[in-house]
Design a protein around this ligand. Sequence first.
Ligand SMILES: Nc1ncnc2c1ncn2[C@@H]1O[C@H](COP(=O)(O)OP(=O)(O)OP(=O)(O)O)[C@@H](O)[C@H]1O
Ligand SMILES: [Mg+2]
Length: 289
Amino acid sequence: MSPAAASAQPSDPMLAGRRLRQGQAHRIVFANEKGGTGKSTTAVHVAVALSYLGARVAAIDLDPRQRTTHRYIENRLTTLEKRGLTLPTPDCEVFRGETTGDLIAMIRRMEATCDFLIIDNPGRDDPFARIAVEHADTLVTPMNDSFVDFDLIGQVDAETFKVRKLSFFAELIWEARLRRSRMTIEQQRPEMDWIVVRNRTGHVEARNQARLHKALNEMSKRVGFRVTQGLSERVIYRELFPSGLTLLDKGHLGELGTSHLVARQELRALVKTLSLPAFNPEQGELEIA
Ligand SMILES: Nc1ncnc2c1ncn2[C@@H]1O[C@H](COP(=O)(O)OP(=O)(O)OP(=O)(O)O)[C@@H](O)[C@H]1O
Ligand SMILES: [Mg+2]
């Protein structure tokens, strides 16, 4: 079935009421074929946020050349060692295998000992990125508020800004979802929840934002994703990389002014809207302090 012909509704964000099955990690995959949309930045922040909640978090960096997520965590470990600190930190490994079978084996190995497995895809299409998408319980697609980014999901009319057709990335996700439906039944996994996260918001003018918002909403009904607000444009997200620290590492960031309080709040809100399952029996909703 072609996605254009279908009218899937966005996934029901009911994972929050769900609990992880014994021995089953929840897989969160950050994917967008477009480069530089904020996949790694968002992946690291979500991974650290979940670690702060007490979850066991592991991450796979699927980009062996750039390995941004792995470098971020490496930097974090160096800072912790230098300063003699212990802060919640996810495990992270770079995928260097040669076959899709190697990747599946790595996913199985790592998820055996964690509650959340985060996979950070490269900004391109390759067979490994496709396998990762198929394995996603939650698929997060960060995009910037720009029709240049939107173009990978859908093409809009030049005059009216109405969606004319789906683009290849949306088609790819649609096909991955169809292939995954077998996994959903056989392995008793949840339906894939696809969330498009608007990243680096705040720096574009209101009319463009409103047009994009409309186009995204129209598209979300056609292909079945949810749209949510991600991280806004802040220098701090770039500045923290060398130290590997995040906004959640209160008391270790030096003088930051008050804007980081707002930033921490937006990260909290993002984790909440991901509607992830609870990972321990006593826990209610996922809340970052
Ligand atoms: N919310 C934000 N505010 C400011 N800068 C940001 C924000 N999110 C990401 N960036 C910056 O944008 C650039 C791209 O981000 P990032 O590396 O996370 O994207 P990516 O999608 O993982 O890229 P790639 O496709 O190359 O893997 C980086 O310089 C990063 O620091
Ligand atoms: Mg990246």
